[in-house]
Every structure is written in C-alpha cells, then in structure tokens.
Write a new protein. Structure first.
Length: 108
C-alpha cells in the first residue's frame, strides 16, 4: 500500500515527486483502528485476524490525513479520489491541511 501524506497546501497529484509517499503496512492500520477505540472483535473481523493479536496503539499512530490506494508493482496505475474533507475541530489545538484536489480525479 502507498500512503500519500497530506501536507498543508500541496497538490496530491504532484505528491510523489517531492517524496511525500510513505509505505504503510497492515499493522499500521490495525494500530490506527485500535487508536480510534474500534472494538477488538471488529478489528479482528476487518483484518481477518486470529484471537489474541495483542496490538497496542499509541496516539501518534497514523495521526494524519491520508489517501491510500493499492499499487501492483511494475504496472501503470490510476487512482481516483472524491473531493471531500471532513473538518474536525479539536479545541483549537489542531490545524487541518487544505487539500487541492483536481476534479474529477487524480492520475499519478
């Protein structure tokens, strides 16, 4: 999986060029779901995990806005994202990025 980090005021279509691509693994998403207080049984069902995974989350796990898509190695790819951003207000302690997303889709 590739994960494009959303820095303030960047164009996701050009994000690969400046090196804003970060490889994200299944364990990262499990920690993220645990950090969101998703019940353990639900996390196990989503990721088809056996009982007793013992995955611990920290507040810093995947604490950023991201767009994720699967890429098959050695083949060209195209991915589309809807232009939508949910703004969450957290006691004025958090500045959310402004996304510049070309319409209707992104071609990387």
């Amino acid at each position: 999986m590739l994960n494009l980090l959303m820095e303030p005021d960047i164009d996701p279509g050009k994000a690969v060029n400046p090196g804003l691509v970060d490889e994200t693994f299944k364990e990262d998403y499990i920690r993220s779901l645990c950090n969101m207080r998703i019940p353990t049984i639900t996390v196990r069902q989503i990721h088809q995990l056996p009982n007793g995974t013992g995955v611990e989350a920290t507040p810093m796990d995947l604490n950023y806005v991201s767009m994720t898509f699967k890429v098959i190695g050695g083949a060209p790819f195209l991915s589309s994202f809807q232009e939508q951003l949910q703004v969450l207000e957290l006691q004025d302690q958090c500045t959310l990025p402004r996304l510049q997303i070309p319409k209707p889709a992104i071609s990387l």
